[in-house]
Design a protein around this ligand. Structure first.
Ligand code: GTP
Ligand code: MG
Length: 425
């Protein structure tokens, strides 16, 4: 994408309330990030305050003319609206502006389409795109029949659209079936993970806050990170471990965003199933972002929407290396009364404190046991809880020996074989 010539784009934001100037600025900043992520260059931003949306052209007609002239002057073939446009508005604007017009939904769908990697991710995005297209196709049909009006024009146009529409509906049905199959497979995987007693931690947060960077640090992995928005789309789950051998699953998820298109909410929620299954949520916040507070609220709201509010969560304030008070913030980690952890996923500062907390939160229920089971007690071996976490094992003489972390209640039936205070090896 870096080698190709970038298309010039003009951004347009319409505010119906003059007092929302600050929000408008933030929203357009974010839109600019999205446009860049999609591969275009932002050459101008246009704002209009208008108490009412123009049903036909969305912005005022005078403004349409202004943007058209600007587009010509700046050689911009693309005009991106920060708001969502109706099918009619989209068409009148394309005509009036003499440029390609894209709204926020289309733009996000486009980025998601570029980024989806897994088969499920791709299916979900295609489904969202088709669902977006369908009503627009219908609208176009009406328009065509009205435009053509005469004999000969209406027929073929409508017929072709009818075929397109049916094709799309068939494809939608097929995709939905495929998605159901993929989900069944994933549910199976999740079940076995749950049985394993190994806890799952989900990284969530607004887009570009540094989730993948933190994921790589904690899981010693290298998933794709990028300054662009929505670098991660498909959830990735990896095993991460502490020096003593205790381990947990860590999942990196898609970034959240305000005003997420409805077309994407469903597919987005599906990719967030991991979050709902988590034992602990790490809510990553970019403390250096001017909009950190409202981003945090947006994430809290989405967590509420997907029903994840009951899951224990820990806030992780990231990118403190960009703040002058970084060393002060670091000192707060772990202090009573400090909510959350201050870290820099980039430099690694603050991570030891965070890891220590993770370990105690995840494994507080578990205790260390030394187990000695004679070889001839095969029945005991067979019934020994498979969901204990085995740290070490060895054969010594006629015994199997293990060091395990386990829930004391589950170990009761095995009392005769436990040496709680035994010598470590
Ligand atoms: N200065 C600084 N930059 C960071 C830090 N953590 C991440 N970044 C940068 O922030 C950008 C986004 O990081 P990612 O880890 O891709 O963010 P993400 O939350 O996974 O983003 P999406 O997957 O797009 O939602 C990258 O350019 C990172 O290098 C940090 O602690 N300090
Ligand atoms: Mg990411």
């Amino acid at each position: 994408m870096n080698n190709t010539i970038r298309e010039n784009a003009i951004l347009v934001h319409l505010a119906t309330n003059p007092r929302q100037k600050l929000e408008a600025g933030e929203s357009v900043d974010e839109l600019a990030g999205l446009v860049r992520a999609a591969g275009a260059r932002v050459v101008e931003r246009v704002f209009q305050v208008r108490p009412k949306v123009n049903p036909k052209t969305f912005i005022g007609e005078g403004k349409v003319e202004e943007v058209r002239r600007l587009a010509k002057e700046l050689d911009a073939g693309l005009v991106v609206f920060d708001n969502n446009l109706s099918p009619t508005q989209l068409r009148s604007l394309e005509k009036g502006l003499d440029a390609r017009v894209v709204d926020r939904t289309q733009l996000i769908l486009d980025i998601f389409a570029q980024r989806a990697r897994s088969s499920e991710g791709k299916l979900q995005v295609e489904l969202a795109q088709l669902n977006y297209l369908l009503p627009r196709l219908v609208g176009k049909g009406k328009e065509l029949s009205r435009l053509g009006g005469g004999i000969g024009t209406r027929g073929p146009g409508e017929k072709k659209l009818e075929v397109d529409r049916r094709c799309i509906q068939d494809r939608i049905a097929r995709i939905k079936r495929e998605i159901r199959n993929v989900q069944k497979r994933r549910a199976g995987q999740r079940r076995s993970r749950r049985e394993s007693l190994i806890p799952l931690v989900a990284l969530v947060g607004y887009t570009s806050v540094g989730k993948s960077t933190l994921f790589n640090r904690l899981a010693h992995e290298s998933t794709f990170t990028s300054p662009q928005l929505f670098a991660t789309l498909d959830p990735v789950v990896r095993r991460a471990s502490f020096p003593d051998g205790l381990s947990y699953f860590l999942s990196d998820t898609v970034g959240f965003i305000k005003k997420l298109p409805v077309e994407l909410v469903t597919s987005f929620k599906a990719t967030l199933e991991e979050v709902n299954e988590a034992d602990l949520i790490l809510h990553v916040i970019d403390l250096s972002a001017p909009a950190a507070d409202s981003q945090k609220e947006a994430v809290d709201k989405i967590l509420g929407d997907i029903g994840a509010t009951d899951i224990p969560s820990l806030r992780v304030y990231n990118k403190i290396d960009r703040l002058p008070e970084a060393s002060e913030l670091l000192k707060r980690n772990g202090r009573p009364g400090t909510e959350g952890f201050y870290v820099s996923a980039a430099t690694g500062d603050g991570l030891p404190a965070l890891k220590e907390r993770l370990r105690s939160l995840l494994f507080q229920r578990l205790q260390l046991f030394y187990v000695r089971i004679p070889r001839d007690k095969t029945d005991v071996l067979e019934t020994f809880p498979k969901w204990t976490i085995v740290l070490k094992r060895r054969e010594s003489g006629d015994c199997f020996e293990m060091q395990v972390m386990a829930d004391p209640a589950q170990m009761l039936p095995f009392m005769p074989y436990l040496e709680r205070g035994g010598t470590p090896w």
